[in-house]
Design a binder for this molecule. Structure first.
Ligand SMILES: Cc1cc2nc3c(=O)[nH]c(=O)nc-3n(C[C@H](O)[C@H](O)[C@H](O)COP(=O)(O)OP(=O)(O)OC[C@H]3O[C@@H](n4cnc5c(N)ncnc54)[C@H](O)[C@@H]3O)c2cc1C
Ligand code: FES
Length: 540
């Protein structure tokens, strides 16, 4: 039995408190909470990027992280929602004679409190138990080793599936954190070791077979076979399609395929971009998408001169509205990024076989040693054209259980699913949504009938400033603001047909945590009920 540490006075932990305590001799910190009179003890940092969980909240028996809303069951630390991947370590704790006593292992899983760049693998949680012996002869195939694919594979094991799990991925790398590519990785703050979602041993221990660098080129629904490029077909009993997105190019423009014109989707893309911009003085980014703007923020941070060329008047205007767009534009300009707004590119200039600049339709020329395209993505569903009737944008329609056909499920960027809040078929390109889809689809592959009911959530980080966004608004009638957008401290409520359908927030992590829950539960306030400074906790 581990020695008990006398952590604190029981009175210092009132009902509902969530607080981190030090241990003697600079030992590991311990997070305590008291819920319904009972004390629970945990590792203090989130397993995703190390957020201090004492700044999170306990809602309906779940401990929710303040940054990207991973959540863990209070009773046992069990992971209930991504983007964390593992259970939160818990410690034995008891109260005696007015003191709180905790047993903390000598070397508990490392926990960190770094800015939002800490990799999952470094933080160290409690991964699923080793996969059970292969008592089941079924093969569950997953196409796509990204956010949705990885989470689906681990969910199959968490749910006790003992058959074969095959993860097929066109990427040459094992599943990694794509969201870091445009942020910490491009800014030189995250090393390559910080990118994999899982250590290699994880897949062996979980008996997840990875077919890396393997492209799926077709699907035979009748034979239940996935056709692989240059390899025999793979039979499946249940199939998950999670191939994500392909970045758009500028194919109609002269010079679109010159060396030095770069995309940013994969780790290989990011490595090529790092190599091409290493000695580049001037980088032009075409498109003020999230990826383009995050790349701008990272490249400015490493001393490049960056110009963003955008069709919009201000960045993110169509997603976040002009006020928040302006905030981001000013933030970028204050760091030295130049903007060519409402501009269109007519040509990429060629100098000795390498890109040398961009000509705008206005005739203006912007010199460049490298050009990054951030002009949107489309579902990577070319290989599904014969098996399914795809949507106009290449998406694949699924029902509320994320099912596309008998035995076939779809998750992540490609899935057009009925959004719980509106019932409308919707396609969403967010990391956490893809993981949640992976979780729901995996459970349904095992015979459950789960629907995806959460409010979509995403974040972006530029110059260390994080914007969080919950819900979904492709259009809106008005935006109601609480706080001050210019001071980077606000909530923005997107109102459509008299309902709040989405909320964006900066500097309001606690509010955003509660609001995301309310949107997920379908209990969001009406516009008329909004009051500055209102208590969101009370509504839950
Ligand atoms: C640079 C960058 C930064 C981002 N930052 C954020 C962020 O901060 N917050 C946020 O919410 N979202 C962010 N996103 C979006 C988020 O990463 C995606 O929404 C998410 O990765 C989608 O997950 P997915 O599993 O559907 O697809 P992906 O993660 O793209 O994975 C798809 C997988 O399928 C494989 N594949 C594709 N076609 C085939 C085929 N024919 N055969 C076999 N395998 C195939 C691919 O190689 C890949 O492994 C970012 C995206 C990028 C590119
Ligand atoms: S740091 Fe907790 S969810 Fe990201």
């Amino acid at each position: 039995m581990l020695p008990e540490i006398d952590l604190t006075d029981a009175a210092s932990l009132p009902e509902g408190a969530l607080k981190t305590f030090p241990t003697p001799d600079d030992g590991p910190q311990v997070l305590l909470t008291r819920q319904h009179g009972q004390v629970h003890a945990f590792a203090p940092n989130c397993l995703h990027y190390g957020a201090p969980l004492e700044k999170g909240k306990v809602v309906n028996g779940k401990l929710i992280c303040p940054w990207h809303h991973a959540c863990f069951k209070v009773k046992d630390g069990h992971l209930c929602e991504p983007p964390a991947l593992d259970d939160l370590p818990t410690y034995a704790v008891r109260e005696a004679e007015g003191r709180i006593l905790v047993q903390v292992p000598a070397s508990p899983p490392a926990s960190t409190d770094k800015p939002e760049a800490t990799p999952t693998a470094e933080v160290g949680g409690v991964p699923p138990a080793p996969a059970p012996a292969p008592a089941d002869t079924r093969t569950f195939a997953i196409v796509g080793g990204g956010a949705a694919g990885e989470f689906a594979a681990q969910t199959l094991r968490r749910e006790g599936f003992a058959g074969r799990v095959v993860l097929v991925s066109a990427d040459e790398h094992a599943p990694y954190d794509r969201t870091k590519l445009s942020k910490a990785y491009l800014a030189g703050k995250a090393k390559p070791e910080a990118l994999p979602l899982r250590a290699a041993e994880f897949y062996a221990q979980q008996r997840i077979e990875r077919l890396q660098n393997t492209r799926v080129i077709g699907l035979d629904l009748e034979k239940r076979e996935v056709q692989l490029e240059g390899q025999p077909p793979l039979h499946y009993d249940q199939l998950l399609l999670a191939p994500g997105s392909t970045p758009n190019q500028l194919p109609k423009l002269p010079g679109h395929d010159l060396p030095g014109v770069l995309l940013l989707r994969t780790l290989s893309d990011a490595n090529a971009l790092l190599a091409a911009t290493k000695d580049a003085r001037q980088v032009v980014i075409i498109g003020s998408s999230f990826i383009g703007m995050e790349a701008a923020s990272s490249l400015i941070a490493v001393g490049r001169a960056v110009t963003v060329i955008a069709q919009e008047k201000v960045p993110f205007e169509r997603v976040l509205g002009p006020e928040i767009g302006q905030l981001f534009q000013q933030l970028h300009e204050s760091k030295g990024v130049r903007f060519e707004a409402e501009a269109e590119v007519s040509e990429l200039l060629n100098e000795q076989g390498y890109v040398a600049g961009v000509r705008l339709k206005s005739g203006k020329i912007i010199p460049a040693n490298a050009v990054v395209l951030g002009v949107g993505v489309r579902p990577a569903t070319e290989f599904l054209k014969e098996a399914f009737t795809l949507e106009d944008d290449g998406g694949l329609a699924v029902n509320a259980n994320l099912q596309a056909a008998p035995g076939v499920y779809t998750a992540g960027d490609v899935a057009r699913f009925p959004l719980a809040a509106t019932g409308q078929p919707t396609r969403i390109e967010h990391w956490r949504v893809a993981q949640q889809h992976g979780q729901v689809a995996a459970r349904n592959m095992l015979g459950q009938q789960e629907t995806y009911a959460a409010a979509p959530f995403f974040w972006t980080q530029q110059y260390g400033k994080s914007l969080r966004y919950a819900g979904h608004a492709e259009r809106w009638d008005k935006i109601i603001y609480h706080g001050d957008v210019a001071k980077q401290d606000f909530l923005a409520f997107f109102v459509q047909a008299g309902r709040i359908v989405a909320v964006a927030g900066m500097g309001r992590d606690t509010d955003m945590l509660y609001i995301t829950e309310l949107l997920s539960l379908g209990r969001m306030s009406t516009p008329a009920e909004l009051r500055p400074g209102m208590s969101w906790a009370e509504r839950l």
